[in-house]
Ligand binder design. Structure first.
Ligand code: ZN
Length: 115
């Protein structure tokens, strides 16, 4: 379950920010996850509860934002939204197979709220 490793590295960043700002507690953490990132939101939430126990982020709300996959079709010179959890993308206009995924694999901390 690599979600634990993901949350551990996210927590390291959160703890560093909290220490820099001398925060007493972390209220909310927003993670942005591409639909192709291959992580389970439920597993992430479970991992979050486990790794934050006893830390400054214990009890914080974990919000997850989904980032859609954007795929580029060179024939039409446009981007389209790829289906989640798919590895093969077909242009909705010309029906060509397109392999140029421009976004959708990101996994990033987009916001940390603390007090
Ligand atoms: Zn096309």
């Amino acid at each position: 379950m690599h979600e634990v490793g993901i949350m551990e590295s996210a927590l390291t960043v959160v703890q560093r920010h909290a220490a820099e700002r001398k925060a007493r507690r972390v209220d909310r953490i927003v993670l942005r996850i591409g639909t192709l990132a291959g992580v389970e939101p439920e597993a992430l939430r479970f991992a979050f509860d486990v790794v934050t126990r006893g830390t400054v982020a214990e009890g914080a709300v974990l919000a997850i934002e989904n980032a859609p996959a954007r795929v580029y079709c060179p024939a039409c010179e446009r981007e389209f939204t790829g289906e989640a959890d798919s590895f093969i993308f077909t242009c909705p206009d010309c029906h060509a197979l397109c392999g140029e995924v421009r976004s959708g694999r990101e996994l990033e901390l987009s916001r940390i709220e603390m007090s």
